[in-house]
Design a binder for this molecule. Structure first.
Ligand code: HEC
Ligand code: HEC
Length: 425
């Protein structure tokens, strides 16, 4: 057989490239190209099937409840499709870099009742370590109250809103239920001078009291003084709020079973919690507003919380953000709260009417206030009937508990510079 060579391609001479052979080789080449391109197209199509949240949730409907490996695969897939981030350190303002001396000072100020008008109430009276840096009550009790937590009694006026936890407040882009403060420094001013909270009557009086305490003169000098002569001139209102805020920025729940799972440790969540995570991202639509890693979206929404849990109760009268921007269509809008440590900070919502996570989940499952027949002015469209079955509800609650970290509370200081007794000592 002639070997194919340049010589063979000679025009006119006998050639290996005779017509029948050209036809045969041509057809083989066409077939090969066909098969190869079919394979490439197919392979590409496979690669193009990037999992989606909806697809994974759909797949999960076919799983048996205890097929752990499959639930792991689905939840890992959800973390990827939702681009879930890990926790990072909170951002500190340029003029308040979390210096240790400020944190220490802020810690003592937070627990010192000397700040309040009648020297009875500290921040910790309402934000106490024993109650997840909140108070365990539906609505807080202000100045005139005694003690802390649900036993707090006395003549203090009941506040209009539930006390939020200070944990992770460093990650809030809005402070207060209605978002009326932006930073922790700005926030700290408000309770000090609020008549029914700490009722400090004047800035001059507050500064005079702190300047009279030698230990505070020292602490402020080391936290804020450069060439201080220790005369208390560093004791100013902005520095008080900076120190308190610096302390609050250290109160972070960043190490939970959920966080360890996100970092790759499969053993951290039970199968029930894995299923609950699928409800959270999927049918429950919780992650639309409670976005990880902080489990809030930094904005406000109305879920239609009624004034009480009694049948037929109307919408809560608190206008929330509606009063801040003076618009009726924002009536009843509140900040989406973060959900870290959530099982420790009952009761829930801005008016504290929900006592348990079970009650909360029932509320969302019914479609919020409107779904329960409450006349709501501007309920968010993502709060709608969910049709969760009883297992999905239990799984969801179990997942929420994976956001707890029971060990991270600060200790109540043994003493505070004013010599008064810190609440809980
Ligand atoms: C009498 C109880 C009480 C005292 C005392 C008190 N707070 Fe609060 N705190 C509340 C309540 C209630 C709210 C929610 C008010 C609102 O949203 O309008 C709140 C809100 C906050 C928030 C916003 C958290 C969030 O998620 O929006 C921070 C931070 C905070 N307080 C810190 C402090 C500091 C610091 C002090 C001391 C200077 C203090 N609180 C004193 C009851 C109290
Ligand atoms: C439209 C956004 C949105 C969706 C969707 C949503 N939430 Fe909320 N969530 C909020 C807002 C806003 C509040 C505060 C409402 C108030 O106090 O009036 C809240 C409050 C909560 C609270 C109370 C927190 C506290 O500290 O008091 C829990 C718990 C909660 N949501 C869990 C869930 C779960 C579970 C789901 C899914 C079934 C869900 N949320 C879906 C916006 C949303």
């Amino acid at each position: 057989m002639t070997i194919l060579s340049l010589k063979d391609l000679r025009v006119g001479g006998y050639s290996w490239l005779s017509l029948p052979r050209v036809v045969l080789l041509g057809s083989i080449a066409l077939m090969v190209t066909g098969v190869v391109s079919w394979w490439i197209v197919r392979y590409d199509a496979d690669a193009a099937v990037v999992p989606t949240t909806a697809g994974l949730v759909e797949e999960s409907r076919r799983l048996t409840p205890d097929d752990r490996q499959e639930w792991l695969r689905i939840t890992r897939g959800l973390l990827a499709t939702e681009s879930v981030q890990q926790m990072a350190a909170p951002v500190e303002p340029i003029n308040n870099r979390g210096e240790a001396t400020r944190v220490e000072l802020g810690y003592l100020l937070f627990f010192d009742p000397v700040i309040s008008g009648d020297r009875t109430t500290s921040c910790a009276s309402c934000h106490h370590p024993d109650y997840g840096m909140a108070d365990g009550m539906a609505r807080g009790v202000g100045i005139g109250g005694h003690g802390y937590g649900p036993q707090r009694g006395g003549t203090g006026r009941e506040l209009t809103r539930n006390t939020p936890s200070v944990f992770n407040s460093a990650f809030n882009n809005l402070q207060f239920w209605d978002g009326r403060a932006a930073t922790l420094e700005e926030q700290a001013l408000i309770p000090i001078f609020a008549e029914d909270e700490m009722n400090q009557t004047s800035v001059a009086e507050l500064l005079r009291r702190l300047r009279a305490v030698p230990r505070y003169r020292q602490l402020f000098a080391s936290a804020f003084g450069h060439q201080s002569n220790g005369d208390g001139s560093e004791i100013t209102l902005p520095n008080i709020t900076r120190a308190i805020a610096a302390f609050e920025r250290k109160l972070n729940i960043v190490e939970t079973a959920y966080d360890r799972f996100v970092r790759g440790d499969d053993t951290q969540l039970s199968t029930e919690q894995l299923r609950g995570m699928v409800v959270f991202f999927g049918q429950g639509q919780c992650a639309v507003c409670h976005i990880p890693p902080h489990f809030h979206d930094g904005v406000l929404a109305s879920t239609g919380v009624p004034v009480s849990l009694e049948k037929g109760a109307p919408l809560d009268k608190d206008p929330g953000f509606g009063a801040v921007i003076r618009r009726r269509d924002a009536f009843g809008q509140f900040k989406t709260p973060g959900l870290r440590n959530i099982s420790r900070t009952a009761p829930y919502m801005h008016n504290g009417i929900f006592r348990t996570l079970e009650e909360i989940v029932e509320f969302y499952n019914d479609g919020g206030g409107r779904g329960r027949g409450v006349e709501v002015i501007s309920q968010d469209s993502k709060v709608e009937k969910l049709n969760l079955n009883s297992q999905q509800k239990a799984d969801l609650i179990s997942f929420l508990r994976s956001l707890d970290n029971l060990e991270s509370s600060p200790a109540v200081p043994a003493s505070v510079p004013s010599g008064l007794t810190p609440v809980g000592r």
